[in-house]
Design a protein around this ligand. Structure first.
Ligand SMILES: *Cc1c(COP(=O)(O)O)cnc(C)c1O
Length: 354
């Protein structure tokens, strides 16, 4: 499929102070768009000026939430090249999400090429500051003007880009996490493994109550017994117990993070024992009491590695590794960000140059 290009007539001024970028507020000059119509398939791929879109108030996505998304980043290396990190994995996962939400599949290779073309056009928007990057948000939603419940016949696929500041402005500060015991995020047979807006909508209430108690994020337990650990809701979770790296296995209610997968591969390449299995919150608490809970960290595209300093489960507050980043978390952070920003050799073949 050809990609039509319509250049903006009103380019915006680029942010001058990259230390104030924050996350997700600023958008670049262009976006990618493509339509799906039943009978015609995906068509009219185009890169057009970033701007408002018009939708019927009856658009199905607004009523029943048929939407999926992805999140990845473009990194500027020291020699000025811009690169992506495992973009093929994002589009592969997008098709898994699409299948669950009855959204028509996309051509994964074409989407990697379309993303590269969009970044090529917008490459001056990729920040120069160490740790800053260009966040890439592909998403698909149902646009049929119809308020009945059924899979839609019409969809819009957009990719928007947002220059974002370093996740950690003052070093790798450990986060405070609260183990959710009232609400659940995903259940067996549900949509936990899909990257869909609905999973986020239902997580807001727990997040809100955690914030009231001065905790930054929620650790979700399984939706049936609230016994087994699942994930943080925007990050996967890892524990280091007695030297072994453990992360919950993918049982269908956990999002298969690309950072999670990469962290497991890095551990294995360094000869560190890394296991995917079911793990209960009780086992974590017992390991803590026995002095064997060495490290806890989250993984996700935004933070890469996010050390957990405090974990609160009911009345029990566990302070992990003296509220400091541990050696395995630090090694994973250095290795993965080193590859992403081109500071160390990518022996895994994960980066894709623009
Ligand atoms: C995106 C996401 C993650 C992290 O996935 P990465 O591919 O590592 O960025 C974890 N959990 C949920 C629910 C997510 O949506």
């Amino acid at each position: 499929m050809e990609i039509r290009f319509e250049q903006t007539k009103n380019p915006k001024a680029k942010p001058t102070d990259e230390s104030k970028l924050g996350f997700g507020h600023i958008f670049t000059d262009h976006m990618f768009a493509m339509n799906y119509d039943a009978g015609q398939g995906w068509h009219d791929a185009r890169i057009v000026p970033y701007g408002e879109i018009s939708l019927s108030p009856a658009s199905m996505c607004l009523h029943y939430g048929q939407e999926i998304f992805e999140g990845l980043k473009a990194y500027r290396t020291a020699d000025g090249t811009v690169q992506l990190f495992r973009p093929d994995e994002n589009y592969k996962r997008m098709n898994v999400s699409a299948a669950r939400m009855v959204i028509p599949a996309i051509d994964e290779e074409f989407m990697v090429e379309a993303t590269k073309k969009l970044i090529e056009i917008e490459k001056d928007w990729v920040p120069h500051t160490d740790g800053a990057s260009l966040y890439i948000r592909p998403f698909i939603f149902a646009t049929d003007p119809y308020v009945g419940v059924k899979p839609a016949d019409h969809y819009l696929f957009l990719i928007i880009l947002s220059p974002s500041g370093p996740y950690y402005s003052t070093g790798l500060d450990p986060v405070k996490i609260y183990v959710e015991q009232k609400y659940v995020r995903a259940v067996r047979g549900g949509t936990g493994f899909a990257k869909t807006a609905a999973n986020y909508a239902i997580s807001l209430k727990g997040q809100d109550e955690a914030h009231e108690q001065d905790y930054e994020q929620v650790l979700w337990l399984d939706g049936v017994e609230q016994k087994y650990i699942e994930e943080v809701g925007s990050m996967n979770i890892f524990f280091v117990i007695d030297g072994e790296v453990i992360t919950p296995e993918l049982t269908g209610s956990v999002l298969p993070g690309i950072t999670r997968k990469s962290a497991l591969e890095v551990c294995k390449s360094k000869g560190i024992k890394a296991t995917e299995r079911r793990i209960t919150i009780q086992e974590v608490a017992d390991a803590y009491d026995a002095g064997k809970l060495d490290e806890v960290f989250g993984t996700g595209t935004a933070a890469v590695i996010s050390p957990v300093g405090h974990l609160k489960w009911g009345d029990k507050v566990m302070t992990i590794n003296d509220n400091k980043i541990g050696p395995i978390s630090q090694m994973l952070y250095d290795t993965m960000t080193g590859i992403q920003w081109g500071k160390i050799e990518d022996t895994f073949g994960w980066t894709v140059k623009i």
